[in-house]
Ligand binder design. Structure first.
Ligand SMILES: [Zn+2]
Ligand SMILES: [Zn+2]
Length: 271
């Protein structure tokens, strides 16, 4: 009798321990921001796991992030969580034009769209860079898509009416509301990255794009031609991983593109 009880107790303890181990393993896989050991340094695909806490920065009203094995799926309705003159006038987020921009608005107003991007949870650098094309090259933390420094017909944005960017660095086009350039330093701008270390979004190769500065306030000095480097961010809990920065160089006037270089990873299609 006593012996049986002892065995039962042993089994019970074993089950408890097993469950505990499973939980720990799951945490190690999903919660890279708490990992400091070598697990992080070689991720699932040989890349370094993207810190999951970065996805907390995305606008939850527009963006849904799901984690499926070795993949992260980012879906957005494209509706930003900040004010803009591009909102329809009856929308509470509609504002009048603010200084420095939107002298002339491009046609169309912000409306619901659908964007879906599936990336590796541990993206790797590719052997060669890939030039970006027209259309969405990433998804910003607001939910709107990120475009490169070109407008339709592959014209650089300075040839297009740059005055139609709003303070968020976005305007409307045939494919909807989208960002080309860093936001402007105006009182209306309370959320978007301006000359700081904030997360801007995720690009189609799965690498995160941050503002111009590092967490310590310095401008990174070791960036590659795309603005990328290995380093820590506010999300990585001290672990170095590859990420992009907005390159701290004025393109023309007070305009800095969000991302004008080649993708250093393997691009995924944004549906
Ligand atoms: Zn555009
Ligand atoms: Zn950095």
């Amino acid at each position: 009798m006593t012996k049986s009880l002892f065995h039962l107790a042993l089994i019970f303890v074993f089950l408890l321990t097993s469950c505990g181990n499973d939980d720990n393993n799951n945490n190690n896989n999903n919660d890279t921001d708490t990992d400091t050991d070598t697990d992080n340094e070689t991720g699932i695909d040989g890349g370094i796991a993207t810190p999951i806490s970065a996805f907390d920065e995305f606008n939850p009203k527009a963006v849904t992030v799901s984690f499926d094995g070795n993949e992260i799926i980012i879906e957005s309705n494209g509706l930003p969580n900040h004010t803009s003159p591009y909102w329809p006038e009856d929308n509470p987020l509609h504002i009048d034009k603010v200084a420095n921009n939107t002298e002339v608005q491009s046609p169309g107003r912000i409306g619901e769209r659908s964007y879906e991007l599936t990336v590796s949870s541990a993206p790797e650098l590719a052997a060669t860079g890939t030039t970006t094309g027209l259309g969405a090259i990433g998804i910003s933390v607001s939910g709107g898509p990120i475009f490169n420094d070109l407008e339709g017909d592959n014209r650089p944005i300075e040839e297009v009416i740059v005055e139609n960017f709003d303070y968020a660095g976005a305007h409307n086009g045939p494919s909807g509301y989208h960002y080309h350039i860093e936001s402007f330093d105006v009182p209306e701008n309370t959320t978007l990255s301006f000359d700081d270390e904030q997360l801007v979004g995720i690009l189609s190769d799965g690498f995160l794009l941050y503002g111009r500065r590092e967490v310590d306030g310095s401008y990174p000095a070791d960036l590659d031609a795309s603005g990328g480097h290995f380093g820590t961010t506010t999300h990585s809990n001290g672990v170095e991983f590859y990420h992009y920065h907005i390159i701290n160089e004025y393109y023309f006037g007070n305009v800095i593109p969000l991302f004008a270089g080649q993708l250093q990873g393997t691009p995924n299609t944004i549906l």
